[in-house]
Ligand binder design. Structure first.
Ligand code: SF4
Length: 366
């Protein structure tokens, strides 16, 4: 099985443990923090389902050592539900474990992968960071920056190139252009940046990612080991979430497919259209659905509520029971969920507006 961090194929999660050596959430020392982790719907509902060495991060937290959670975004558009998933996890790590957040706006990757000008990335960066703040990021314990302007990241990428061969890059990522390989080195720079002396030196860093991003994690862990003597790097750890499907259920959610992505800036009309077209697990006829219940495992509407919009487990349980018990049909169900999502989006968009100035200053101050 191959994983493509830039692709949109669905991943067979069961093979990740046997073929790629990921650890389950009830092993490797993570189980000690289960009560705290389960405060997050993402851990509680098994959406974050695997890790690499996350137990070491938990151990350092228990011992009062400094810890960091880091991630980033390719600023090619508005925040969508996939970007929100990672942001929710970062914010949970900040609130529940006191982790400092590092967040890279990967404008160089947007240039390499999408050919997007840095000026365009600058505009999106402000909106993306405002989303992050509106979702609950505490700016006082966060370091947000643009990749192209972070000289330490660029310096690290150059140094890492010294111990990286084309054969390694090809083995992990396949045949790619130089720009993409450079992006990989920059990402390794982003992940290891918090451990530089100017940021307090070596420490545990967790990187929350979708399962398909594991090639970046494996590459960076390898680099950390190769440069351990020079920088004292600790090998970074990672948590892996299931990725969020596109609204038609066919691929992972991606900005490249505008009608099947739900962004945090969608207005009511757009949201209505997208929910109307989203994949459900509805049966062929109303009679059949009343008799057999809906096929909820196929339903993207259910996933929207499971991953994002029902915080309360009892609401989710009721939705599940009503669907599988044939007590509700998809039309009525969609109407109810549309109302809940629309309320959430409106409140979020209000908060985001109030955070634009703060986002600008965070990106300029860096
Ligand atoms: Fe999905 Fe609701 Fe239809 Fe069940 S009733 S398949 S949850 S839309």
């Amino acid at each position: 099985m191959e994983m493509d961090p830039w692709g949109s194929e669905l991943v067979d999660y069961s093979k990740l443990f046997s073929e790629f050596g990921m650890q389950r959430m009830d092993e490797g020392g993570v189980e000690k923090a289960v009560q705290i982790l389960n405060r997050s719907r993402l851990f509680r509902r098994g959406i974050i389902f695997a890790h690499r060495d996350f137990g070491k991060f938990i151990g350092d937290w228990e011992n009062g050592k400094p810890i960091v959670a880091m991630s980033g975004i390719k600023p090619t558009g508005e925040f969508h539900l996939g970007s929100k998933l990672t942001a929710d996890e970062l914010i949970f790590m900040q609130k529940s474990f006191g982790a400092k957040i590092f967040y890279s706006v990967a404008d160089l990757e947007a240039y390499a992968d999408n050919g997007q000008a840095l000026s365009e990335s600058n505009k999106n960066a402000v909106l993306n960071v405002a989303d992050l703040l509106a979702l609950g990021l505490d700016p006082k314990n966060a370091h947000v920056y643009r990749q192209s302007e972070k000289k330490e990241v660029l310096r690290l990428a150059n140094l890492f190139a010294r111990k990286t061969t084309m054969a390694t890059l090809k083995a992990i990522y396949g045949e790619r252009g130089i720009a993409i390989y450079l992006s990989v080195l920059n990402q390794a720079g982003d992940i290891l940046l918090p451990q530089l002396p100017e940021f307090g030196g070596p420490k545990s860093v967790v990187v929350p990612v979708g399962a398909d991003q594991d090639p970046h994690i494996r590459f960076t862990r390898d680099i950390a080991q190769k440069f351990e003597e020079e920088f004292g790097f600790k090998v970074p750890c990672a948590t892996f979430h299931k990725f969020f499907r596109s609204l038609n259920g066919e691929t992972k959610m991606s900005k490249r497919d505008q009608m099947n992505v739900m962004t945090l800036s969608d207005d009511e009309g757009m949201l209505k259209k997208k929910i109307a077209n989203a994949l459900t697990g509805g049966r062929a006829t109303a009679e059949e659905q009343k008799k057999l219940g809906g096929e909820i495992s196929k339903c993207v509407i259910y996933e929207l509520m499971l991953f994002h919009f029902y915080e309360d487990d009892s609401e989710l349980k009721k939705m599940h029971e009503d669907c599988t018990g044939g007590k509700i049909l998809c039309g009525e169900c969609k109407k109810m969920r549309l109302e809940a999502i629309s309320r959430w989006l409106k409140a979020h968009q209000e908060k985001k507006k109030k955070n634009i100035t703060k986002a600008e200053s965070m990106l300029t101050d860096d």
